[in-house]
Every structure is written in C-alpha cells, then in structure tokens.
Design a protein around this ligand. Structure first.
Ligand SMILES: [Zn+2]
Length: 322
C-alpha cells in the first residue's frame, strides 16, 4: 500500500476552540489484509447533507447509505473507483430518507456488483407524514423494483443480526426498529427508525447511528444495548438539532466523533448543542464539510489511524495584518 498522510494526536484545546488543524505525519500502513478501513465519504455539498460509509474488510465490502443521487455520482463513485471496489457485499440503507438512499440506482448502474441490500423501511404511515423531508414511498418502491429487475437480492436487517464480514472483525445490527408489537415506542419519526450498528475490530468499536433522533435516542440511552465505551461514534442526524439527547452521547462515551455534515450546517446554531458537548468532552471530531473524505483505519492492537482530505474550521482565518 502506498504511503499516506495520517492525522494523529490532535490538541484538545484546538478542537475546543473550533480551530482544529490536524497535524500531518507520514506513516506506512502495513498488514493490508488485516486492516479494516472505514471511509466517511463526503456526500455533502453547499447546504445539502448525506451519509455514505464505505467499510472495507479483508474479503468483504460493506456500504452504509449512499447519499443523494447526484452526490453519489460525483462523490461516492470516484471513491469506489479509487479503492478498486467492484463489489459491495452488503449495502445497508439505515432509514428511508433520500439523503441516505438516493444513490441506490446510480450505484446499481455504475457497474459495481451489489450483493444483498438491506433497506430499512418504516411503516408506510410514518413515511407518508414525511414526504417533504425526503421519505417518498412511491419513489422507494420504484427504486427497489428497479434493483430487483437488475437481479439485486434484498434482506431484512433485524435486531442482533451479525453481518458476515470474515474473521478479523464483526459487524452487528444492535437495533432495527420494526414498529411491531414488541417495539418499545410508538409514533416515532423516520429518523428514529434508523438502524443502529456496531463494528468491532479488536478492542476498538464504532457505532453507526443513521439519523437517530431525540425520542428513540432517549430510549437507547437507558437501554442495555452495549453502547457504552464505544470509541468511535458516527454522529447521528448530521449533528443537527432534533438529534439524540446528550444522555445518548454520554452513554456511548466516544473518543472520536465523525459527522457527515456540510460546513454550513455543522457551524450553525442547529448543531450548537452537539458541537458544544463534543468540545466539552474533548472528543476528537471530524466533519465532512471541514475535512472532506475521512478515512479511519483499524487494526487489532494498533492505535486508530485517521486521515483527512482537507483541513478546516468553523471560524474564518483571521485577516492578515497589514
Ligand atoms: Zn440524513
């Protein structure tokens, strides 16, 4: 593998001040076949947001969400090409909003082979309330039919499901809200139906949370779902208000946070609570809108390695003195 720039220790004070500039050091990544590589692809642009997480294992490739259609084309496909990804074995759509499923057809038509797609859909009545926010049942039906016509297989993500990712790591669906009689809450929104998934590599874990919101986030904070001590957190709902409460973040207790959000959203008042909490807790935070594509490499027994495409901060650089 080619040498790459890796961002390592980041001064907490710089993060707290919103002046995060990751120091760059050169490090050669070895034992390529054992590395699990998670790339938070930057599928945000302007004031538009999206999630797309590529997780490459030794023999298996997983994608969680696709981003919006045009950004899947312009941002996700180039990353897949650059990484030589010709097959995605497991594709999860965390919940039925367009900024998470919009790129499905683009992906299917790109030549990348799709193994099993797990499209976590809510009850139609829940979706119907949220058409303006990107839950379009008719469109989803069109997409899934088009994929079936292309021979793509669909599966159901259920509580406790272990995804087959080989022997060097594990990927588990911790929670898949189905709205059935056993579900703990009623009248939740589409965001709160998001799949909650956990990746384990050695003693390091990452929690994927879709767009988990306040209501179900409050439930999960008090539930025994092995959330605690997960070192890496994919921040839910692009960090924007409505997002899971601080109790949820405290239950997870992350060392690193990864936010798929454009700069305009992350640096706005809508994300103030989450920004403030992560800063107060000295959680090292990476944001698509500030850092571009963010790649996290996990190897059992080794420190977490994080590389970013660019540097950025919410505050504008001070004007140079005359
Ligand atoms: Zn979203």
């Amino acid at each position: 593998m080619a040498r790459r720039w890796i961002a390592l220790a980041v001064p907490a004070i710089a993060l707290a001040a919103g002046l995060f500039i990751p120091p760059l050091v050169s490090r050669s990544v070895v034992a390529d076949d054992e590395v699990v590589r998670w790339t938070m692809v930057d599928v945000s642009e302007g004031d538009r947001q999206g999630d797309a997480h590529l997780i490459e294992f030794a023999t298996t490739t997983v994608l969680i969400d696709t981003g919006l259609e045009d950004l899947a084309r312009s941002r996700l496909l180039p990353v897949l090409e650059q990484r030589d990804v010709s097959r995605i074995d497991h594709l999860f759509i965390s919940h039925a909003h367009r900024d998470h499923y919009g790129g499905l057809i683009v992906l299917a038509d790109s030549g990348v082979e799709l193994g099993t797609v797990y499209f976590h859909k809510p009850d139609p009545a829940i979706c119907k309330r949220e058409v303006p926010w990107g839950c379009d049942a008719a469109e989803i039906d069109r997409y899934t039919s088009a994929l079936r016509e292309r021979g793509v297989r669909f599966g159901d993500a259920v509580n406790g499901m272990a995804v087959d990712v080989g022997s060097t790591a594990s990927l588990t669906v911790l929670y898949a809200y189905d709205g059935g009689p056993g579900s703990p809450l009623r009248n939740i929104d589409v965001n709160d139906t998001s799949l909650i998934m956990r990746l384990d590599v050695g003693d390091v874990s990452a929690l994927f949370t879709g767009d988990l919101n306040r209501k179900f986030g409050t439930f999960l904070a008090s539930a025994d779902l092995e959330l605690r001590s997960r070192r890496l957190l994919k921040v839910p709902h692009h960090g924007a208000e409505g997002v899971a409460p601080n109790e949820f973040f405290a239950a997870v207790d992350p060392d690193y946070a990864f936010v798929p959000a454009p700069r305009t959203l992350w640096c706005s008042e809508r994300s103030q609570r989450v920004r403030g909490w992560l800063s107060e807790q000295d959680v090292r935070t990476y944001v698509n809108g500030l850092h571009g594509d963010v790649t996290i490499e996990l190897l059992p027994g080794q420190p977490v390695s994080i590389s970013t495409h660019s540097r950025g901060a919410c505050e504008k650089q001070q004007a140079k003195r005359q």
